[in-house]
Design a protein around this ligand. Structure first.
Ligand SMILES: CSC[C@H]1O[C@H](OP(=O)(O)O)[C@H](O)[C@@H]1O
Length: 358
């Protein structure tokens, strides 16, 4: 892969027999690909963050259903749809916050319902998984254009942007959500530099976003999460761009821990706050962010770094890995169906009623 191939680079590859995943736990030191042939392997891959990022885990789960269905079909040619239920359940329990996972599984269930008695599971399930994968890439390209349209050449505050976590090709079917907008804006000559928050405790910003941007030669400065206010005050930043794991009917946004802080800081410093996510991230079944299940991960992610303890042995650690930014702090949500400025329930409903890729 060359630096410029990252535009089309994909961390998830369907081989026909298996799903190949770039193991994100080892980046940037090592580029290791793992090959999965069963759903349980993919449940573990999602849970242990071999693959991460809301759209990427949805795509992975969809292929997981295909692999599970093939296995169940080989076990029992008649009862395989019934046996598949436990695999769908296991995939749904892999991570709780990103709704794309459940959205993808619902789509796979609908494809399953179309399958006639005696038909091979590939008939409807494989095309549906491939459609989910392909439409995510298309959605990201569309959002890249729509989001870049909001960034003008002569921004009042300056030509730099800030981002949090990793929302790039690694986190999606390719190109990226917030990082896709940054890619498109860079190509159009609208930005000079990206400030990437390191994103403790899993370091998605330091390890993954910096890696993606450097490979494309987009100027990036890595900073500690606690430097944000200082940077917004002293550097020429016009926009903070983030992704999302779940957006509720009123426009509240669950995203990587620290996003809520950023939105508050953006308001104080009069910097734009842009959320970029496909409509597969919008959960219209939930009225507000208060209803979103927030994943808590092991305290060990806080108490040690690369296997080295950095806190007193036995200290209790609290590790919620997402937070919810209230809609009123969001300047604009960019989706593949269009943008919503100052989101609220009515505007979100109008957006969802539009026809689109998903
Ligand atoms: C393109 S959405 C990426 C999304 O995923 C992140 O979470 P994680 O790394 O824990 O899967 C984060 O919230 C990002 O915004």
């Amino acid at each position: 892969m060359t630096a410029h191939d990252l535009d089309t680079f994909q961390a998830i590859e369907w081989t026909g027999e298996s799903l190949r995943l770039l193991d994100q736990r080892y980046l940037p030191q090592k580029e290791v690909y793992l090959e999965y042939t069963d759903a349980q392997g993919l449940v573990d891959a999602i849970r242990n963050m071999v693959v991460r990022g809301a759209p990427a885990i949805g795509i992975t789960a969809a292929y997981g259903v295909v692999l599970a269905a093939r296995q169940r079909y080989a076990e029992d040619i008649e009862r395989w749809p019934l046996l598949l239920e436990q695999d769908l359940q296991a995939l749904a329990e892999s991570r709780p916050t990103a709704v794309n996972l459940f959205w993808a599984l619902d789509n796979m269930r609908r494809a399953l319902a179309q399958t006639q008695f005696g038909q091979h599971p590939d008939t409807f399930l494989l095309p549906e998984a491939q459609r989910i994968h392909e439409t995510d890439l298309q959605a990201n390209k569309a959002m890249g254009d729509l989001g870049a349209n909001l960034i003008s050449k002569h921004q009042e505050n300056g030509r730099c942007v800030m981002t949090h976590c990793n929302t790039g090709a690694l986190a999606t079917g390719g190109y990226g959500t917030a990082l896709g907008v940054i890619r498109s804006a860079w190509k159009r000559g609208l930005i000079d530099r990206v400030y990437a928050n390191e994103t403790r405790p899993w370091w998605q910003g330091a390890r993954l976003t910096a890696w993606e941007l450097m490979r494309e030669r987009i100027p990036v400065s890595l900073n500690v999460d606690s430097a944000v206010s200082h940077i917004l005050k002293t550097q020429p930043i016009s926009w903070i761009l983030v992704g999302a794991d779940r957006i509720t009917a009123n426009g509240d946004v669950a995203n990587k821990i620290g996003t809520y802080n950023l939105a508050v800081q953006a308001l104080h410093h009069e910097v734009g706050f842009m959320v970029v996510a496909p409509t597969s991230t919008i959960d219209f079944n939930l009225n507000s962010g208060e209803d979103i299940p927030i994943e808590e991960r092991s305290g060990e992610e806080l108490t040690s770094v690369l296997g080295q303890p950095i806190a007193p042995e036995g200290v209790e650690a609290y590790n919620p890995v997402f937070d919810v930014t209230p809609a009123e702090l969001v300047d604009v949500i960019v989706t593949e169906k269009g943008i919503v400025r100052r989101p609220n329930k009515e505007k979100m409903a109008r957006l969802m009623s539009k026809q689109g890729l998903h």
